[in-house]
Design a protein around this ligand. Sequence first.
Ligand SMILES: [Zn+2]
Length: 106
Amino acid sequence: MIAAKCKCGGSIGLERCFIEGFLAECMRCNKCGETLFTPEQVKQLAKLREANSEIEGKRKIVKVGSSIAALLPKKVEGYGVREGVVDSIRVLSSKSLEIRFNKDIV
Ligand SMILES: [Zn+2]
């Protein structure tokens, strides 16, 4: 990994950061907030950008029995998203939900 000390004297640790609208792993100083990326984290961010460019778009919410469902584009199957792989759903922001899978999809 990376040196654990920041030039300000704080400790740099692994965190999840919002960068370019993506929630990605980064290294952040707990004192000054300086955010750094390892080469692997830069590659991961590029993968997120690429996956998003394939998948992003308007989707419909439909009624299915007593539940509702978001129709996902067929392309997400290429990322291993299939029936039954959802782990949990939570509020992410005032306009979004996070659908969290039980494995990495990107
Ligand atoms: Zn610092």
